[in-house]
Design a protein around this ligand. Sequence first.
Ligand SMILES: [Zn+2]
Length: 155
Amino acid sequence: MDAVSAPRPATPPATTAAEPAACPGCGAVLAPPTGRSGADGAAAACRRLFEETTRGLREEAAGDARAAATVALADTAYAAQHPDPDDPAAVHAVVDTLVRRLDDDPNPDPAPHRPTVWQMTTADVAADLDVVGLEALVDTWARTVAEDWSRAARS
Ligand SMILES: [Zn+2]
């Protein structure tokens, strides 16, 4: 039956919501919040997703050293993936801190260019939260961010 097996033409969604766009930092494709559009909106959506994902952990951090360490690692990984466009060189210190937090060898040669692809983003952390604990996810995410930077330095 052709009518069943033939691929249907893609119909644009009947909504006026802003188009999903790629975060200029990590490249995660996220729907911008109302009133924002494009990459700027995606960056705001990414930031919000990160804040929502880590909110519970932040609340625990005041009285829990382990939670505080995970928050610090998450903040550093996020900063390493989202360099300040007005001060792109500042990210090297962030990557250094990230590597130190992970107890890895410091990266002797900071990458001249930031990584273009990331193994994991905030969106992946948020997506896996149902199956994996946040602490383990943040650790894996931070390690992949450090790896991506170190690979960019070698390429
Ligand atoms: Zn992002």
